[in-house]
Design a protein around this ligand. Structure first.
Ligand code: ADP
Length: 907
């Protein structure tokens, strides 16, 4: 499986396998072809050698037949039969002359004795016994012609074979033989002639053996009568009897030869043709060599082709894989890879083209990545700051760097001036940036065209573009020949466009326009962000300020802590309560601030533990305590509550100090009102009822004086009741702000006197009135003024005792008249100086308990004084009590009334 994958992945391996698929069948075909052709060639060579042997055999047979025919004919001749010398001489000479192969014709008698031979010389064997000869012995047993073995003729001293014809008489008597010696040299010559027709370099060898396997013919006459084994391998000699005509054996020299044999008819001679296999199968060998060379060449060419393919194609492609991956991942190439690319890129072929494409792709990827990185930096710049000027400058720098632009500007609508002006720029002259002003009504301006069309507009050559004719001068001065305007897609800001200038004529490409549009969008985003942030920030600041003002103005204290109890926010009131500067509050632990506030509480030990308890508990808790602040006792309700976010998750705690002093006061007033009013009403009513009942009693007759006294008491008590009700009514009017003051010219002296007269001074009382002479008349409500004075004098009478010394002094002080009502009584404790002007408030001492009163007199006095625009206070004196108040000389009743109303609200 792994091998299969590597096969699939390895192109070189695939090509090698493909090459094997082509070469192996080819080699097999060559091998089969070589085998088939070899067999065929062998057959052809063998049959050709056989046919040669056969043709030689026929030739030999012909020569033997003619010799045999000759001796057969001689045997019929009478002179030969009779062994007549003369006759034989005659006939033998004729025969000898006509058959050149025959060199001797002779006649043996029945005992084998040579009777005659022709020719006679050189050596005569007449009379020699040749009965030992094989042919003689054979002739004794046959009447047919026969051929002898080869031998050296003693007569001619030449190697011969003899054609023999036995001679028999009619009676069957053996008469001897007649024979003709066939020259073996002539047979050899015949073979030489035959062989001369064949190529000598073939190494062809022909040999004829007799029945005794003697060589009886050999080209050139060599080896005659030698045993065949001298030149023919034994194995072949042994195989002569088999049916195989051709066999291959090595000769004595070790050379391999093809031997072919055939027998000569009737005489048991063998014709053997042989030749070296190298010559016999030369064609086959050549063919085989051709096949080997072809296969080898094919293999070599294939290997060379594969190797070339590997080096020139596969390896470069293999190397391109990791290089392409590195390029894709934008990793730097090592030096070797770089050199490989540079070298390979010089190639003219497809690989060179591919590598050049990859290099272009590499550059393109690098460019795209650079663009991407720049846009990313630009995006970062957009979110890095909310200052549009900084962001715009950053964007423009990035844009200039990426696109190699030297001159560019952002032009925006100046809403105040109603025209377009440059907001940020690079590479443009100060004069140009300051003076450039485009009216929204200029239809042929590139900026306006781009803004109207909502798409980039370019002028690629300012000198040739007719629409730019009127601005040409400006372009020449500034040194640009092409301009592109890209509108900024903004919604919350005035119309804005990006202007890019080129010093030479230039057609902005689609890619450039796309990139510039992207920068324009970033710039738009930056401007929008800044604008929206500015708006929301302003709104937020306003809201925060409003909230801050509200919380700071609270009469109550508020602390916000985080979950660990650290103060995040505290208002001014908390600072006042804790006697701490507001700056020191944040960051402190809430416990510390609370401890400071609780320190001033009454029963603080108890409260401290309670406060600690509710701080440590979760949920909302309340605790109330009184607290001394600026010599005043205020009542606070401490509320602790959880502060949760929108998801209701606690994010901190709130501590609220609610000033409940007013509530407490109200409660006190309510109970005072009930007790006072019930007491103050009941006392006079009881008196009236008592005296009225007394007078109405049936059993008693009251004298007139008594009746008068009773009625006078009833009348006084009724007046007291009326006075109380009037006071309550006045107070109520003052409270609700419906008190109406008269605005009349008042004589102070008369009013003081009238007030003094209205009081019930006892005989021991002494009232001194001291009015500054030449005091101007004032505009006031005389009745109210008298009421104030009367109240104060009555208090003096009431609290200073029966022998009270009372002094009323009136002086002018600036724009006011100052009244002092001074007595020599027990006085008013300093700490009560403020509170005695509160409604239903009475100093809690024995003196007050002994006197009746509702605690309303001074409250009403204060209300009336304030209604006049004056103020009332307790004057510090060494002895007794002294209440002082002012009335403005020129009072404004209307304004005063409003002030009174306002005071009430602030309470
Ligand atoms: P009332 O006299 O009905 O109690 P006021 O409002 O007139 O109520 O007085 C408030 C308190 O001021 C009195 O209860 C008394 O304790 C104190 N006070 C007023 N005038 C004098 C004074 N001349 N000397 C001593 N104490 C005074």
């Amino acid at each position: 499986m792994k091998r299969w994958f590597s096969f699939q992945r390895d192109l070189g391996f695939q090509l090698f396998v493909l090459y094997l698929l082509l070469i192996v069948p080819f080699l097999i075909t060559l091998w089969v072809f070589d085998g088939l052709i070899g067999v065929r060639i062998q057959e052809d060579v063998q049959s050709s050698d056989l046919s040669l042997a056969q043709s030689i055999s026929q030739e030999v047979d012909l020569a033997l037949t003619s010799a045999l025919n000759a001796v057969e004919g001689l045997a019929d001749y009478q002179g030969v039969i009779d062994a007549d010398g003369t006759a034989m001489d005659e006939v033998f000479s004729v025969i000898s002359n006509t058959t050149p192969d025959v060199n001797l014709i002779y006649r043996l008698d029945s005992d084998g004795i040579m009777l005659y031979h022709y020719p006679v010389g050189p050596t005569s064997t007449v009379g020699d016994d040749f009965s030992f000869r094989d042919y003689f012995q054979q002739a004794l047993a046959t009447d047919q012609p026969l051929v002898s073995k080869g031998r050296i003729s003693p007569t001619t001293n030449q190697p011969v074979a003899t054609a023999i014809m036995p001679l028999w008489s009619k009676d069957g008597e053996f008469l001897g033989v007649v024979g003709a010696n066939i020259r073996l040299e002539s047979l050899s010559r015949a073979l030489t002639t035959i062989l001369s027709q064949h190529k000598t370099e073939d190494g062809l060898q022909v040999v004829i053996l007799d029945s005794d396997n003697q060589i009886i013919a050999h080209p050139g006459g060599n080896y005659l009568l030698q045993p065949a084994t001298n030149i023919i391998p034994d194995q072949f000699m042994k195989a002569l009897l088999s049916d195989e005509h051709s066999q291959t054996f090595s000769d004595s020299t070790g050379e391999e030869r093809l031997y072919t044999h055939t027998s000569v008819a009737n005489v048991n001679w063998q014709v053997i043709v042989s030749r070296p296999t190298s010559a016999a199968f030369a064609t086959q060998i050549i063919l085989r060599r051709i096949v080997y060379v072809a296969a080898g060449t094919f293999l070599l060419i294939g290997l060379f082709f594969w190797q070339t393919l590997r080096i020139r194609v596969i390896r470069p492609i293999e190397r391109l894989g990791p290089i392409s991956e590195s390029i894709g991942r934008n990793q730097p190439l090592n030096l070797e890879d770089q050199n490989h690319l540079i070298t390979s890129a010089k190639r003219e072929d497809e690989i060179g083209h591919l590598i050049r494409s990859i290099l272009r792709m590499k550059d393109s990827i690098a460019e795209r990545l650079k663009e991407q990185a720049t846009l990313l930096e630009t995006s970062t710049a957009v979110v890095s700051s909310l200052d549009p000027e900084i962001v715009l400058n950053r964007i423009l720098i990035q844009m200039g760097r990426l696109l190699q632009i030297k001159m560019y500007a952002v032009i925006a609508m100046d809403e105040e001036q109603g025209n377009f002006r440059i907001r940020a720029s690079r590479g443009l002259s100060k004069r140009f940036t300051e003076q450039l002003s485009i009216q929204p009504t200029e239809p042929d301006s590139v900026t306006m065209r781009a803004l109207h069309a909502k798409e980039p507009i370019q002028v690629s050559d300012t000198e040739n573009d007719p629409s730019y004719a009127i601005r040409r001068g400006r372009a020449r001065v500034e040194g640009f020949r092409a301009v592109l305007a890209v509108p900024l897609n903004t919604q919350h800001t005035p119309s804005t466009a990006l202007l890019v200038f080129h010093p030479t004529p230039h057609v902005f490409t689609h890619n450039e326009i796309q990139l510039l549009t992207s920068f324009a969008n970033h710039a738009a985003m930056a401007i929008e962000n800044a604008t929206l942030f500015e708006r929301s920030d302003m709104r937020l600041r306003e809201q925060t300020q409003r909230l801050e003002a509200l919380v700071q103005s609270l009469h109550d204290g508020l602390i916000l802590t985080n979950l660990h109890g650290k103060v995040i926010y505290a208002n001014k009131r908390v600072g006042e309560l804790a006697d701490l500067s507001i700056k020191n509050l944040a960051g402190q632990h809430a416990d510390q601030i609370l401890a400071k506030i609780i320190d001033k509480a009454s029963e603080k030990t108890n409260k401290k533990s309670q406060v600690q308890k509710i701080l440590n508990q979760k949920g909302e808790k309340k605790i109330e305590f009184s607290h001394k602040h600026l010599d005043q006792t205020i009542h606070l309700r401490l509320e602790v509550f959880n502060v949760n976010d929108e998801a209701n998750t606690p994010i901190g705690r709130g501590i609220f100090f609610h000033d409940i002093t007013a509530d407490r006061e109200l409660d006190r007033m309510r109970s005072s009102l009930v007790s006072t009013v019930s007491h103050e009403l009941r006392t006079p009513l009881a008196a009236i009822k008592g005296y009225a009942s007394t007078m109405l009693a049936d059993d008693v007759e009251w004298d007139r004086a008594s009746q008068r006294e009773f009625l006078s008491i009833i009348s006084d008590e009724s007046d007291r009741l009326t006075n109380l009700v009037n006071n309550l009514l006045d107070l109520s009017r003052i409270e609700v702000g419906t008190l109406k003051l008269a605005h009349e010219k008042c004589n102070i002296k008369e009013i003081v006197q009238s007030a003094a007269n209205g009081t019930q001074l006892t005989a021991d009382n002494k009232l001194v009135i001291k009015v500054e002479p030449k005091l101007r008349d004032v505009y006031a409500d005389p009745l109210r003024l008298e009421s104030i004075l009367r109240n104060l004098i009555e208090n003096s009478i009431k609290y200073a005792g029966e022998d009270a010394q009372i002094k009323v002094e009136v002086n002018k002080n600036g724009k006011s008249i100052v009244f002092h009502v001074h007595d020599n009584g027990p006085g008013i404790p300093q700490k009560e100086g403020e509170r005695i002007f509160e409604r239903f408030y009475r100093v809690d001492d024995s003196l007050t308990r002994l006197t009746s009163g509702a605690g309303l007199g001074l409250a009403i006095c204060q209300g009336l004084v304030r209604a006049h625009g004056g103020k009332i206070w307790v004057e510090r004196v060494d002895d007794g009590a002294c209440i002082a108040f002012t009335i403005p000389i020129k009072s404004n009743a209307k304004a005063t009334k409003q002030k009174v109303a306002k005071k009430k609200v602030s309470r």
